[in-house]
Design a protein around this ligand. Structure first.
Ligand SMILES: Nc1ncnc2c1ncn2[C@@H]1O[C@H](COP(=O)(O)OP(=O)(O)OP(=O)(O)O)[C@@H](O)[C@H]1O
Ligand SMILES: [Mg+2]
Length: 149
């Protein structure tokens, strides 16, 4: 089950970061976010804002080649994945990524760019953040996916 929570538009990357920064103030351990959007939609900037909102001054970079970057200087640890270079869920499982999608043991907040590349791996209830390019900015739609009705 998926249901929309809210939709906002941002004019530039700073405004997108502010949305994520505010969200970070209210979020604790054990939450998984998927980030949906084309190349350059602003997925990594959303994580940048979130990490800042947790009180960390760590430099957030794209995990395109590392697959996973960890930011642990803020109020809760952030696990930032980019699945773009993976072929399927089996590859992710072979790398031990499943453990991050078990909400009972998750000790931080997870962000996943390109979750569709590992379809079937993210079975836990999560929050989907969709970023769409529009004239003069981005439309950001936040929805809850899965979980009890
Ligand atoms: N409203 C906006 N929100 C976020 N980014 C924006 C916005 N307007 C323009 N941009 C620009 O779009 C780009 C977003 O880059 P970013 O690396 O965050 O995208 P991404 O979705 O992570 O891409 P990739 O799929 O390549 O990892 C940046 O160059 C940023 O300046
Ligand atoms: Mg990115």
């Amino acid at each position: 089950m998926k249901s929309d929570i809210l939709s906002v538009t941002t004019k530039n990357e700073k405004e997108t970061m502010v949305v994520a920064e505010k969200l970070a103030k209210t979020v604790g351990k054990g939450v998984v976010f998927t980030l949906i959007g084309d190349l350059g939609a602003g997925k990594t900037h959303f994580v940048k804002g979130f990490v800042k909102g947790l009180g960390s001054d760590e430099l957030v970079t794209s995990p395109t080649f590392t697959l996973l970057n960890v930011y642990d200087k803020g109020r809760v640890p952030v696990y930032h994945f980019d699945m773009y270079r993976l072929e399927n869920a089996e590859e992710g499982e072979a790398l031990g990524f499943n453990e991050y999608f078990d909400l009972n043991s998750l000790d931080g907040v997870v962000f996943v760019e390109w979750p569709d590349k590992v379809e079937g791996m993210i079975n836990c209830p999560h929050i989907e953040v969709k970023l769409e390019k529009i004239t003069d900015g981005r439309k950001i739609t936040i929805s809850s996916v899965g979980g009890e009705k």
